[in-house]
Design a protein around this ligand. Structure first.
Ligand SMILES: Nc1ncnc2c1ncn2[C@@H]1O[C@H](COP(=O)(O)OP(=O)(O)OP(=O)(O)O)[C@@H](O)[C@H]1O
Length: 462
């Protein structure tokens, strides 16, 4: 314990006496102050009453405190003030950094070097990858390949829209192989880098050794991962070279992993021979995440970064940013930055609305409609909008449809007739549907919980 910590109570008392601070003010402002941490010659003081109190104390007592500290300890310190929320965040961040350091230290130095050389993002591992219905198959295949490269699914082709986790999954495979089988030579490369390296080798076509060096580099490996292959398709020389690299590796039972924005069959300009080769292996797509997965990704991100964000705010982001995980994470980071830059403004729905104005589609902020309810209920139950509007009467569809009726009535106060119009049902069917949901809610807590969850999804700020 540093001297300043030992003498903290006396220091506060000193300010109280020396500067004739009234007892009331002492009790309100000074007595509650505690030392959160000391780093170098800066003391972070925890102010339990939050940001407003910080501003007041900063103006009114900083000099007095600094003088008292210097007098009583013989050391001059700088002072900074933090709120309990910031302190909590700080503690979490430190704990996470320690945890991260620990895991990094678990990686043998040789493997660590290989990870760096392979150009891998250390954050992209299986551990940080959230598995949901949208990526379960791709994830399971990726794990199987990482455990036994070249033995199970070869080539492995991952495809899907932008920002849905293809690169993350590829890095995870490479990461796992490098750390568990350090003797394997793993090379991860973007199509762009592959193309540029090939072009510079070809440019000096009279320099055979450059082309040989390129070939040696890509053909003497155990695992080749090529990201975003759509960028080399249609470029004759690159595509051709890739074809030969592919064959060479494949014949040696080396693992090939490729990602792309679409499946091979959708590439018109792809050489038929290559199209066939790609079809030998396994193809897996990553789709847009559903609401639960979006929430899980946000919660994981908040946890690893040590952000303190209420579920309600995460729900607001997850409800409104649906199609791109990069944007989903970007929204959370922006929110935190917004709060920090605005003097630790509390992270609530209003802050989220202000910070994410440009990210959240214009429909956001507009009133909830029956369409919103249909979309959210169908997504929740894993059925389609068309199912809800159809004549199908099986329970998996009829019950969500009745829930739509109930929520339209409860949340929008729509007349039975209008609900019937939206769902192409008559008004007595709607009344019956709503009563059925109410009965179920009164008998089964599960139904009540489902309705609560849906209401929060439909109106996170409500
Ligand atoms: N299932 C997931 N769990 C956790 N984070 C994810 C998941 N999917 C994607 N992400 C994160 O989303 C961001 C974008 O993912 P990534 O770069 O892998 O997308 P991509 O499909 O390769 O996109 P592009 O086609 O634009 O290259 C990354 O920060 C990644 O960590």
């Amino acid at each position: 314990m540093e001297v300043v910590e030992e003498k903290w109570a006396d220091i506060l008392e000193n300010v109280h006496q020396e500067y004739e601070v009234s007892d009331v003010a002492f009790k309100a402002w000074l007595k509650p102050l505690t030392i959160f941490q000391i780093e170098g010659n800066t003391i972070s003081i925890l102010v339990p009453n939050g940001q407003m109190a910080i501003e007041y104390i900063q103006k009114k007592y900083t000099i007095q405190l600094k003088v008292a500290i210097a007098e009583m300890t013989g050391v001059e310190y700088e002072l900074e003030y933090i709120t309990p929320e910031q302190a909590r965040e700080n503690r979490l961040r430190t704990a996470n950094q320690a945890k991260k350091k620990e895991t990094e230290e678990e990686i043998p130095p040789k493997a660590r070097l290989a990870l760096e050389e392979a150009g891998l993002n250390p954050r992209y591992t299986f551990d940080t990858f959230v598995v949901g219905e949208n990526n379960r198959f791709a994830y399971a295949a990726a794990v199987a390949i990482a455990e036994a490269p070249g033995k199970v699914y070869n080539p492995f082709f991952i495809y899907g829209g932008s920002g849905l986790g293809k690169t993350h999954l590829m890095h995870s495979i490479a990461h796992h192989i490098i750390t568990t089988q350090p003797d394997k030579i793993v090379r991860y490369v973007s199509s762009e880098v592959f193309t540029n390296e090939l072009i510079s080798a070809l440019k000096n076509s009279n320099n055979v050794s450059m082309l040989n060096a390129f070939r040696h580099k890509y053909r003497n490996i155990d695992v080749l991962l090529i990201d975003d292959i759509q960028f080399i398709i249609g470029k004759d020389a690159t595509q051709n070279e890739f074809f030969h690299t592919f064959n060479d590796l494949f014949d040696q039972s080396k693992q090939i992993i490729i990602s792309s924005d679409r499946p091979p069959k959708e590439f018109d300009a792809l050489d038929d021979r290559l199209k066939n080769r790609l079809a030998w292996g396994l193809q897996a797509d990553v789709k847009k995440p559903d609401y639960e997965t979006r929430m899980a990704i946000l919660q994981k991100k908040a946890e690893t970064e040590g952000y303190q964000v209420d579920n309600e705010v995460l729900q607001y982001i997850a409800t409104n940013i649906k199609s791109n995980i990069r944007e989903l994470e970007g929204a959370l980071i922006k929110l935190i930055a917004f709060s920090r830059l605005d003097h630790g403004r509390p992270i609530d729905i209003q802050l989220a609305k202000d910070a994410l104005r440009d990210l959240i589609s214009p429909e956001e902020g507009q009133p909830i409609t029956a369409d919103t309810i249909i979309d959210i209920v169908s997504e929740h139950f894993g059925i389609t909008r068309a199912d809800i509007l159809s004549k199908k009467r099986n329970a998996e569809i009829a019950q969500p449809r009745q829930i739509v009726m109930y929520l339209c009535r409860e949340m929008l106060d729509l007349p039975y007739k209008s609900i019937g119009k939206v769902l192409a049902r008559d008004h007595s069917t709607v009344m019956h549907g709503i009563t059925a949901v109410e009965d179920e809610m009164s008998q089964y807590p599960d139904m009540q919980r489902t309705i609560d969850v849906l209401k929060r999804k439909i109106n996170p700020g409500g």
